[in-house]
Each structure stands twice: as structure tokens, then as C-alpha cells.
Design a protein around this ligand. Structure first.
Ligand code: FAD
Length: 389
């Protein structure tokens, strides 16, 4: 494995840094905290990236991607995270976009991809249901054919940012007669269609990101189905590998450690900055070592992809370790802020003004080992696919 950057890679890194210096304002940096998000500001940032031609590094060039090498992708992700750029909203760019350019018809590509690249349309993900999370194929939301439309009835849950969404991509049941994976279809549904209701779910971080979405006789054109009827499970699984790789968040964790160091330099413990405390340093070092090991695992995967390989079940390893590290950093950040971290009050923060955000991030971050497929389920995947158990 060769993980050294070439002179061209270093020149590219400088170009990215110069772009970020010029375009990344404090307003844009503050667009995402914990589970909360400022949709207009995020969209503004995404449009800046689109204008530069850098909005979809992971897409094939023909579909609107950058044509970068995997190393350039890695550099870009790292530089954005370290500069404090908010992550792009994944539902269009990292989830349904790749499904559409891989499995969609030409009409669907022309209709949906430009709006995803330009961030004109906000998407959300309608996979989970009250009885179908880890066992996703048990989903019950039904779509019945009626002429050139499907009539959709049922309920989705945990639908992140459905309150902002223009469109939802949904897994629906179109056949109940055989194996449950073989009766699922993948539909694109306009959220303005009559019969859709979004209900807020209050979450522990005191922010609004989660929702339930109800479908009551919602008419969806058959033309909005991706690929073949009853083959949606194939497209759904393809999307999940994209989702899981994105969740590992090594670059974001590096930035979070930088922030934690900053907080620990401001917080006083025993008359000295906390960062000088030997116990604190030991805890921080433990996390940094884990993160460094994870980064090398990620680089190994990148290096093998560059050599023509495929990431495979390593994405599950990245997801498990990545989310465990995210939670460890969030926990130590709360510890660093002491009692002030328990004041989840953005308007009237008590103590240092960063403490409420630390707390919101910690609380929202409890979910990272659950969403995108829980870590227990990822361990099952590793047991089967890597260890052959
Ligand atoms: C913050 C957040 C955002 C989300 N956003 C979205 C979204 O936008 N769209 C969407 O569709 N979904 C979303 N989800 C849903 C998410 O994908 C599910 O919560 C997840 O797949 C787990 O399903 P579940 O909640 O039904 O838990 P369950 O499947 O009921 O699992 C409960 C527990 O049992 C364990 N378990 C289950 N099966 C096994 C097994 N076979 N072996 C070992 N342990 C097992 C799990 O690990 C877990 O600890 C989100 C969830 C969260 C928390």
C-alpha cells in the first residue's frame, strides 16, 4: 500500500484550501449542529460547490461527477471537514442520485439528476417503518396498481428532514405472495401529492430532524418507479452501501478532535487548562490512536479501490469503528464541558457558549450506531461475509 501523496495531489490540496478560504463563511460553517440543520444555508453552500463543479465527487464523470481519483476525493473530504464545512445533505447526492444514474431510465436521469446536482430539490429517505428497521424487508407500506398509477398506503418512520423535503424515495410492497425481499419496489414520490402527512418526532437533542410520514391513497405515476417492479431490494441494498461508507466520517472525527482540544484548552480543571491534565490526555490519546488506525484502514480501502478492487464488507468495519469513535469524542467533549454540557439551551446558554452544541451533538450522536443499519447488524455482516461464520 502506498499512502504518500504525489506532488499533483499536494497541488490539488492547495487548490482546495484556497477555494475553502475564499468561499466558506462563518454563516455556512454554522449550518449544521447535532441533528439540526439550516436548510437555506446548506443549500447555499451546495450551490457554491455546484458552481465550482465539485458538488458530486463520488459520481461518475458522465453523470456530473468530478472525475477525481480516490485520493483526490479523500483530500477533498478531509480539507472540507478540517475547514469546518457542513457535510452535504446525503439523501439526494449520496443516496438516490447514485441509484438513479445506475438503475434509472433515461427520462428519470434527465428529469431528476440536474435538480439533485444543483440542490434545487430536497430528498428524504422512506425506508424504515415501525415494524421494519433492521429487518427492512418486512416493510408493509403497500403500492397497488391502478391504471398508470400506484396507490400507496402505509407509514414510514424516522424520516430525517422530511419536513424540508420536496421528494421522498420509498421502498413499497408490490407483492406479498413470495419471499419478502422479492415483492419490494422503489418509488420516487412528490411530497406535495395529496394524501401525504408529515408528523414531527421530538428527539433527545431538542432539535427537529425526525418525522413520521403517512400515506393515505397517494397516487404515484408508474413512471416514477425505478427499474423493475418487485426488484427494489437490489436497488435498496446498493443505496445502503453508499450510505454506510458515508457514515464512517473519519475526516469529521479529526475535526471534532481538533474542536475538543480547543475546548480543553479553555476549560479549567484544578487551576490549569484541562488539556494539561494527564488523565484527560490519556483519554484523548486513546481516541486518537483508534482514529489513526481507522484512517489507515480507510486508506487501505481507498488504495485497493484505486488499484481496481472493491470496498466490500470493509464498509461495515468502517461504519462500526467510525461511529464508536464519533461517540467516544462526543462523550469526552461533554466531560470536558462539565456541568455546562447539561444545559441544552441554545438561546440562553449558561457557561461557555459552545457547551450546548457539544451536548446536542452528543445526544444526537447516540443514534449513529443505529442509523444506516445498526452496529450489531453490521457485525452480523462481518461474521458472514468476512469471517465466513
Ligand atoms: C437519528 C436517526 C435517523 C434515521 N433516519 C432515517 C431516515 O432518514 N430514513 C429511514 O428510512 N430510516 C431512518 N432511520 C432508521 C434506522 O435505519 C433504523 O432505526 C435502524 O435500521 C434500526 O431499526 P429499528 O430502529 O427498527 O431497530 P430494531 O431493528 O428494532 O433494532 C432494535 C435493536 O435490536 C438489534 N437487532 C436487531 N436485529 C438484530 C440481529 N439480527 N442481530 C443482532 N441485533 C439485532 C439492533 O441492533 C438494535 O439494537 C433513522 C434512525 C435514527 C436513529
Amino acid at each position: 500500500m502506498d499512502t504518500k501523496f504525489t506532488p499533483e495531489d499536494l497541488a490539488f490540496r492547495d487548490e482546495v484550501r484556497a477555494f475553502l478560504d475564499e468561499n466558506l463563511t462563518d454563516e455556512i460553517r454554522s449550518a449544521a449542529v447535532g441533528g439540526d440543520i439550516q436548510p437555506e444555508t446548506i443549500v447555499k453552500w451546495q450551490k457554491i460547490l455546484f458552481d465550482k463543479g465539485w458538488i458530486a465527487p463520488n459520481w461518475p464523470e458522465a453523470a456530473g461527477g468530478t472525475g477525481w481519483s480516490v485520493t483526490q476525493n479523500y483530500i477533498f473530504e478531509n480539507e472540507c471537514a478540517m475547514a469546518g464545512a457542513p457535510a452535504v445533505v446525503p439523501f439526494g447526492l449520496k443516496m438516490v442520485g447514485p441509484v438513479i444514474y445506475t438503475f434509472g431510465s433515461d427520462e428519470q436521469k434527465q428529469r431528476f439528476l440536474p435538480d439533485i446536482l444543483q440542490s434545487n430539490v430536497w430528498w428524504c429517505q422512506g425506508y424504515s417503518e415501525p415494524g421494519a428497521g433492521s429487518d427492512l424487508a418486512a416493510l408493509q407500506t403497500k403500492a397497488e396498481l391502478d391504471g398508470d398509477h400506484y396507490v400507496v398506503n402505509g407509514q414510514k418512520i424516522w424520516t430525517t428532514y422530511a419536513q424540508h423535503a420536496d421528494w421522498i424515495f420509498c421502498l413499497v410492497r408490490t407483492d406479498s405472495s413470495g419471499k419478502k425481499q422479492e415483492g419490494i419496489s422503489f418509488l420516487l414520490i412528490d411530497m406535495k401529492t395529496p394524501g401525504i402527512e408529515v408528523r414531527k418526532i421530538d428527539s433527545i437533542d431538542n432539535q427537529h430532524s425526525l418525522n413520521e410520514v403517512f400515506f393515505d391513497n397517494v397516487r404515484v405515476p408508474v413512471a416514477n418507479r425505478i427499474g423493475e417492479e418487485n426488484k427494489g431490494w437490489t436497488y435498496a441494498k446498493y443505496l445502503l452501501t453508499h450510505e454506510r461508507t458515508a457514515i464512517a466520517g473519519v475526516a469529521q472525527s479529526k475535526k471534532a478532535i481538533q474542536k475538543l482540544r480547543d475546548i480543553a484548552s479553555k476549560e479549567i480543571s484544578g487551576g490549569e487548562p484541562l488539556i494539561n491534565d494527564a488523565m484527560f490526555q490519556a483519554k484523548l490519546a486513546d481516541i486518537e490512536i483508534e482514529l489513526m488506525a481507522l484512517e489507515y484502514t480507510e486508506l487501505r480501502v481507498i488504495s485497493s479501490v484505486a488499484a481496481g478492487g472493491a470496498p466490500g464488507p470493509e464498509s461495515s468495519i468502517l461504519k462500526i469503528k467510525g461511529t464508536e469513535i464519533q461517540q467516544a469524542i462526543a462523550e469526552l467533549s461533554v466531560e470536558a464541558c462539565g456541568h455546562y454540557a447539561h444545559m441544552l439551551n441554545e438561546e440562553n446558554p449558561i457557561g461557555n457558549d459552545y457547551a450546548w452544541a457539544v451536548s446536542a451533538k452528543y445526544l444526537y450522536g447516540r443514534a449513529s450506531t443505529i442509523y444506516g443499519g445498526s452496529n450489531e447488524v453490521q457485525k452480523n455482516i462481518i461474521a458472514k461475509m468476512v469471517l465466513g461464520l
